[in-house]
Design a binder for this molecule. Structure first.
Ligand SMILES: Nc1ncnc2c1ncn2[C@@H]1O[C@H](COP(=O)(O)OP(=O)(O)OP(=O)(O)O)[C@@H](O)[C@H]1O
Ligand SMILES: [Mg+2]
Length: 207
């Protein structure tokens, strides 16, 4: 459902990505592994339609979005649940509200029931009404992941979802991401540690 073909991206003199190809179908997972600075976040942002490549093509459900206008891309963005490397939470919303209130355009409204269930699955049942300032880094990260999973997107793109977590919690997050994948979502995630790629169907090494 998501196809990146020979995508390249430079930031001025820094060549962040050179001709990288990624193909992910629903019900399968790809992990992008590589050292810090090798271009993982750049690749995931291109896959999440947040960033445009300098060269190469990006298509979602066989629709080529590479040259699309921003307003047209917005509709396609909605099929992708995106979790940022640095959790993007509003400080005056609780953990649950950060999952369910549509403050970024791709997040749909939710009664709170699904949000609370996902947060509980991620081990945050007793943190629903905590504000971000009262959450640990790993807890904030899981709130951001929960938002990406709300409404079961066709594609989940998660930037280092297993970083900053102890082994048990990391296993739990991976199990939940894999559950979504097994139920039909496409999953693209990144990792620094080689062992974090163990749960993926396919591994892409950058750098
Ligand atoms: N907006 C930007 N402007 C200039 N250079 C950038 C920008 N974003 C990233 N870079 C550079 O591009 C390279 C790839 O960055 P990217 O964030 O994709 O790496 P990464 O693999 O996600 O690293 P990390 O594991 O530390 O998150 C890095 O060398 C970085 O310094
Ligand atoms: Mg990164």
């Amino acid at each position: 459902m998501l196809n990146l073909s020979k995508v390249s991206k430079s930031y001025g003199a820094v060549k962040a990505l050179r001709e990288v190809t990624v193909k992910i179908d629903r019900g399968s997972s790809v992990c992008v592994v590589g050292r810090s600075g090798c271009g993982k976040s750049t690749l995931l942002k291109i896959a999440g339609l947040i960033l445009r490549p300098d060269a190469g093509t990006v298509s979602v459900n066989l629709v080529d979005v590479t040259e699309m206008r921003t307003s047209q891309r917005d509709d396609l963005q909605k099929v992708i649940g995106y979790s940022f490397q640095e959790p993007l939470l509003l400080p005056y919303l609780t953990a649950l509200e950060n999952v369910t209130v549509p403050f970024i355009k791709r997040t749909p409204f939710d009664s709170g029931e699904a949000g609370a269930r996902i947060l509980s699955d991620l081990g945050l049942a007793d943190r629903l009404s905590h504000f971000p300032a009262k959450l640990s880094v790993g807890e904030k990260k899981r709130v951001d992941i929960a938002r990406a999973l709300l409404r079961r997107p066709e594609c989940i793109v998660a930037d280092e979802p297993l970083s900053n977590l102890d082994q048990k919690t990391s296993d739990r997050v991976m199990r939940i991401l894999t559950d979504y994948k097994n139920q039909g979502s496409a999953l693209l995630y990144s990792a620094v540690r080689e062992s974090d790629a163990d749960g993926a169907d396919q591994v892409i090494r950058l750098g």
